[in-house]
Write a new protein. Sequence first.
Length: 104
Amino acid sequence: MKKRVKKTSIKANDSALSGAINELNLEIKKLSREKTQLKNTLEDVSSDIDGDHEKEKQLQEKIAKLIEKEASLNQKKKNLQTKIDKVADRMNKISKIKSEMSDV
């Protein structure tokens, strides 16, 4: 009888070990799927970041061009204001001369 108990005990242990191994295998498969999903998500996020960086670079270039254009326009504005001031001075001188001539 002792031998029968041992055989039953060994079979029970084998069955328990097989069940545990099967559960571990299932858990490994589940974790592998999760890992694959996380890798895919990471690749998508990385791709989105790369796209955002490229867009940011393009926008920075546009901003730089606009700043240059603004500087150019401000210089033109300054030059025009100088010309307007000169014309205003001439007009004042002409008005003064006209006024002096009418007094004579």
